[in-house]
Design a protein around this ligand. Structure first.
Ligand code: G3P
Ligand code: MG
Length: 251
């Protein structure tokens, strides 16, 4: 396994929610699969259960990715252990647990992967609680060069920066569905390392403007070689993909 690259050279592709095209998203199995496929970085979503336990999960609810029902905000660690996060994806993943942040960090560390950790805030959830809980746990496991904190939620990004004012100690990625009108100001205020944009709403002049700035352009969620080629040509530093194997040898 190659060592994770220094963050000045982001990997050309990051595995979205682990290797989510081929394993249940955001699980330990998906991260092992990403590693086995040769990926060097993974993107994962972190949020808190109702009792404050940090877990790797995308949705506000359990329904889409398990056979359980209900909201994460109503779940505690004990009940979370009974969630089967695997068999809805495929029967052979039956019993795959909902990953705690701690278990996931241990795996990422052991496999030598880099981590783009998305601080996921659904409606009504508390950004300060998420940041206060997650930041020290990640920093205990990974050096600043091995991870990137990203979020759609500006309150979370500002809280992260307040905790770690030095941009070299904490790399921040601003996620948005489309390029914000004031993106230069936002990036400057946050000392952001990268802007993560939905490729479907990204136009060439916008992409080229970001790529020409000190802020790296990251595009999600890119699964087609044709789109990947176009985005690299526009200056994208990295693409977030459900299926990095489909994009092999493009950059
Ligand atoms: O981090 C990029 C991408 O993961 C953002 O969207 O909904 O997949 O978390 P989502
Ligand atoms: Mg995400």
């Amino acid at each position: 396994m190659l060592p994770a690259p220094p963050l000045d050279s982001l990997p050309p592709v990051m595995a979205h929610r682990g290797l989510s095209a081929r394993a249940p998203e955001n699980t330990l199995a998906a991260v092992r699969a990403a590693h086995a496929a040769g990926c060097r970085w993974v993107e994962l979503d972190v949020q808190l259960l109702g009792d404050g336990t940090p877990v790797i999960w995308h949705d506000a609810r359990l329904n889409r990715c398990s056979h359980s029902r209900g909201r994460l905000a109503d779940l505690d660690r004990q009940r979370a252990r009974r969630v089967d996060a695997g068999s809805r994806f495929a029967p052979r993943f039956r019993g795959e647990p909902m990953a705690s942040l701690e278990a996931m960090l241990a795996l990422v560390e052991t496999l030598g992967l880099g981590l783009n950790l998305e601080f996921k805030l659904h409606r009504g959830r508390d950004p300060a609680a998420l940041v206060d809980t997650v930041l020290p746990l990640v920093e205990r496991c990974l050096p600043p060069s091995r991870w990137l904190a990203s979020s759609f939620d500006r309150r979370a990004l500002h809280a992260l920066r307040r905790h770690r004012p030095d941009p070299h100690r904490l790399r921040l990625g601003v996620i948005d569905k489309r390029l914000p009108r004031r993106w230069r100001e936002e990036v400057h205020e946050l000392g952001a390392f990268s802007l993560h944009l939905d490729w479907r709403r990204l136009r060439e002049p916008q992409a080229r403007a970001v790529a020409a700035s000190p802020c790296r352009l990251v595009a999600y969620t890119v699964n087609q070689p044709r789109i990947a080629r176009r985005l690299y040509a526009w200056g994208a530093a990295s693409l977030i993909s459900d299926d990095p194997l489909a994009l092999t040898d493009i950059k």
